[in-house]
Each structure stands twice: as structure tokens, then as C-alpha cells.
Design a protein around this ligand. Sequence first.
Ligand code: FA5
Length: 342
Amino acid sequence: MKKVFRYLENRLLDEIKKIQKQSEIDLKSCDSELKIDAWRVKYLGRKSRLSLILKDIKNLDPAMRKSVGLSGNRIRNKCQIMLEKALNDLKLEENDQISIEDYTLPGRFNQVGKLHPVTQTLREIKKTFVSLGFQIAEGPEIEWDKYNFDMLNIPDNHPARDMWDTMWIDEEKNSSGNKMLLRTHTSPVQARIMENQDPPIRVIVPGKCYRYESTDSTHEWHFYQVEGLAVDRKLTFSDLKGTLYEFVKKIFGSDTKIRFRCDYFPFVEPGVDMSIYWEGKWLEILGAGMVHPKVFEKAGYKDPELTGFAFGMGPERIAMIKHNIDDIRLFYSNDLRFLGQF
Ligand code: FA5
């Protein structure tokens, strides 16, 4: 290359370097959109020095074109990136200022919590039974053994009391002949309702229960139950099955596989349990049956045509199936990584 061209090439490359340095210095003082735009015109505009150098390349000696073109385009691209970043930074800064200073904007709401998955399931169960014509009742968690056992045809010293591992509050009977306990199931509320109300009855009773038993993946020591009781003339086992089928269809869908097996509960005759097929096995979700005549007798019902059905289901187990949870203990371990998913 001729000496004069070499000189020209070096001068142009030096100029491009200076443009780069100056552009960086100038951009630092651009604190508004207007100033940034002026900067853009100066360094990237059609009449900017950089654009003119690049435009003029075609008139340069071919030996110089490559180095000047490469260097000029590199700086042009760099300026373009610097411009986008400056505009972005400005926008973020403005947003911050707005959130601090503009008191007229509506507040930003953080999601502070959700309903516990068991509460969600309980609400769904209640809604379903209300749609089937049931009312909702409640009863005490601290209960007399009279209601938890005696009125349900489970007298003192009856071996069936062992089916419910009980947390006793009073070991001794009080002057009325009752002992206090944490209810082991929601069935005592059946007895309380029948004691105070004449048929026809259709109620469900959601509530907490407590059992003195070791825990595993399907058993907690405290858990919910939803009791169901229907008393009327000529109710049959088909009414019980129809109600439970309808319930399962609404909660789990109509393809759900259900299994009934004979089971023993002193307050029903016949008695069954019902399981749902889930994850390759059967999971029991409820016990049920036709109200035992002795329970009617203890409640003071005398009409011989009265019949009734009852059931007691576990909402935690239902929530396990619905959300595919393989361990019931997760519900009450208060792990937000788990609870946050629902
Ligand atoms: C009873 O408690 C009866 N009172 C149910 C009943 C009511 C039968 C009315 C007949 C007529 P059982 O112990 O099987 O039965 O419990 C009923 C349901 O409560 C079980 O199917 C299960 O879903 C739930 N359950 C029982 N024990 C536990 C436990 N330890 N942890 C979680 N859920 C439980």
C-alpha cells in the first residue's frame, strides 16, 4: 500500500476510536429521552461522522476498505447496543420513581395466601351435598362418651370401643355418669341431631376428629370427617348407594371406579366401607350403612316405618386422590413448598 494511503487509513481508524470514546462519555450525561435522542442523532444519525465515514468507504483505496469498514461497523453496532440499554435503564428508573412518588396509582396487591387444600376439598364436599338436598350441621369436638359411644350402640366395655383409639380428657365418670373425650369420629353428632330433631332428616356434619394412633401415609392422629345422615320413612340401601354414587360422580367424575365391601360399625346394619381405585390400588374413603334400630331406639324414635342411612368420609383421603398426594401427613406439616401448589 502506498504511504499516503497508509497514512489515511491510520487517520480514519484513529478517528473511529475517538468517536467511540466520545460517544461513551457523552452518553453518561444523557439523563432524559430528549438527550438520548440527540446522542443518537450525533452518533448514529444519517449525517453523523461515523455514517459519513462508512458511506465513503466505496471511494477509498480497496486496500483500506476492509479495516476501516470492520472498525466502523463494529463501533456502529456498539453504539446501537448502548442506545437500547440507555433507553431501557431510563424506563426502569422512571417506573421506580412512579412507584415511590405517584400516590394516586392503585396499590399493588401481593397474593398473601390461599385456602388449605383440605379446606378447599371440604367446601367442595359441602357444596355437593347441599346440591343433593342436605343441610349442614355441627357438633362439639370435645364430647361426652355418651354421644361418641353409648348412643351409637357401643356401650361401656364393648370391644368395638377399641376400633376408635380414644384421647380421654376425664378418665373418671362425672356425676352424670359421663366421661369427656376428644371425639374420635363425627358420628356423635348423628345422635345429637336425632335427640333434638324429628324426621325427615338430611344433614351432613363436617368436623375434626382425633385418634390416639400412630400415623402413616393414610392415617393422621387428627383429621376431618364429613358425616352424613338421612332419616325418613322407607329409605333403603339403594338410596344410600345412589347418594354416594352421585357424590363420587360430582367430585371425581363418572369414570371413577368404586368398591363397596361389608364392614362392621355397631351403629349401622348392614355396614359397608367404600373405596376408590387410585394409583393402582383401592383407597378407603368412607364407612356407611343403614342406621341400626338400636340407635333409633336410643334417640327415642318410635315409628316402625322409619329407616335411615349414614356415612362418614375422610376429606383428607379425598384430597389425596384429587390432587394425587401419596402421604396424608403432608397436609399438616406446614411446608409452604407443598401448600403453595394448591
Ligand atoms: C368411622 O369413623 C365411622 N364413624 C364412619 C361411619 C359413619 C360408618 C356412619 C357408618 C355410618 P372409620 O374409622 O372407618 O369409620 O373412618 C371413616 C373414614 O374416615 C375412613 O374411611 C377414612 O376416610 C377416614 N379416616 C379414618 N381414620 C383416619 C385417620 N386416622 N386419618 C385420616 N383419615 C381417617
